[in-house]
Design a protein around this ligand. Structure first.
Ligand code: PLP
Length: 405
């Protein structure tokens, strides 16, 4: 997707310098080719299972991008009425939409029920009772799933782990079995699905293997035939560019084995895997400020545009747009303009020498980039563009300061 031509970085054959000039930085720049490649890879890897793939809208909820994703036949995993509305607006059919989250309000549940979505994945007894109450009033039978908390360490960052018993998500095995009994007796609820989601940015095979073993055991105990098993998302990507990847093939074979005992349709809810590496954030250096042991490279992008490093200490590689052979003599700390000490992206030893006004790109920002961005410090949200078939499509325009007033 990116390469240097005459020492100048290009993305899908567009000179980044020209994009920066045309739209002014910071810019989120997405590649359609990469999106297509990721979706095809995902489908190919799990071909033998023929799953329903529900894109996790919270990872990127740009309507135009969602529309592109829906054209590949993907459904949506949503976690709020707003995301549900977005998915519908982008043309995703209700029968391909699942609704997750621990705190869906009555209003949100009503909305989802009216839209006749595929599944509401519940996470507590109280939520189940609330859906039953609404369903009775509407004289309907509602398809639900129950989210199991399998008490597994996903071996990822603690902030994005969701499947351990101390996390707020899902219910433990004992509660799960109780709830299955309850729902099966209900006239207004139809228990269609068992769902799990053990965390995000998972690169280790073991947790998924363990998860499947636990599911197999719990399903047997429940004596219920689930039409759907929703395995959630969480597949990690190679942020460090050192070929660290999850063995999807192995995961797929494990699922095949699991399906021999359980005749269910598999649902996946990938977010990061689909869009994580399809975008870069283009930014210009405003100032370079000398520090004691390092120099601060102050960018025009800040933690309001990309909060993952500040929020999770996560790594996003930084690459210069113009390649120069001279190295800097001090370490560089890439920071934003926001008035917070956590507003820093990366510290690098031995980077090429940079100058004020140079352009850089921050890599792999397609997932949880713009969707976690804010107007903190009264900064407008940046431009988002998509390169598709040698054309540039505007996904969203930079906000104007007046929009914020
Ligand atoms: C966040 C989330 C996902 C997507 O996670 P990724 O790591 O982006 O694949 C899927 N399902 C649920 C329930 C989630 O909360």
């Amino acid at each position: 997707m990116m390469k240097y031509i005459n020492k100048e970085l290009t993305i899908e054959n567009f000179r980044i310098k020209n994009l920066a000039k045309k739209f002014t930085t910071p810019i989120y720049c997405y590649s359609f080719n990469k999106l297509k490649e990721n979706i095809q890879n995902f489908k190919n890897n799990f071909k033998s299972i023929n799953p329903l793939i529900c894109f996790s809208v919270k990872s990127n909820s740009n309507t135009k991008l969602l529309r592109e994703i829906s054209k590949f036949g993907l459904g949506a995993d949503v976690v709020s009425a707003g995301e549900l509305m977005k998915a519908l607006l982008a043309g995703i059919k209700p029968n391909k939409i699942v609704f997750s989250g621990v705190g869906k309000t009555s209003k949100e549940l009503n909305f989802a029920i009216n839209k006749k979505i595929l599944l509401i994945n519940t996470e507590s007894k109280s939520e189940i009772l609330e859906i039953e109450r609404i369903a009775k009033i509407k004289k309907k039978k509602i398809n639900i799933g129950i989210r199991l908390n399998p008490n597994i360490d996903a071996k990822t960052l603690s902030q994005i782990s969701t499947g351990k018993k101390e996390n707020k998500f899902g219910v433990d095995e004992k509660k799960f079995l109780e709830l299955v009994k309850y729902v099966k007796k209900s006239k207004n609820l139809d228990l269609k699905c068992l769902s799990v989601h053990i965390g995000s940015q998972i690169l280790n095979d073991d947790p998924y293997g363990k998860m499947l073993d636990i599911l197999d055991k719990v399903i047997k105990k429940s004596k219920h035939v689930f039409e759907y098993i929703d395995l959630g998302g969480g597949i990690g990507i190679d942020y460090n560019n050192n070929n660290q990847n999850l063995n999807l093939n192995k995961y797929s074979r494990n699922i095949e084995k699991f399906l021999k005992n359980n005749k269910s349709k598999i649902i996946f809810e990938p977010g990061r895997y689909i869009v994580g590496n399809i975008a870069v954030l283009i930014s210009q250096i405003t100032y370079i400020k000398e520090g004691h042991k390092k120099d601060f490279v102050i960018l025009d992008a800040g933690m309001n545009d990309l909060i993952r490093p500040a929020l999770y200490n996560s790594i996003h590689r930084i690459i210069p747009v113009k390649a120069k052979s001279k190295l800097s003599n001090k370490d560089y700390e890439f920071v934003g303009p926001i008035c917070e000490s956590t507003d820093k992206f990366l510290t690098v030893k031995k980077f090429q020498k940079l100058d004020e006004k140079d352009l850089i790109i921050i890599c792999d920002v397609g997932a949880y980039g713009i969707s976690l961005s804010s107007n903190y410090n009264m900064r407008p949200k940046p431009f988002e563009i998509l390169i598709k078939k040698s054309k540039i499509k505007i996904l969203s325009k930079r906000q104007k300061l007046l929009d914020l007033m």
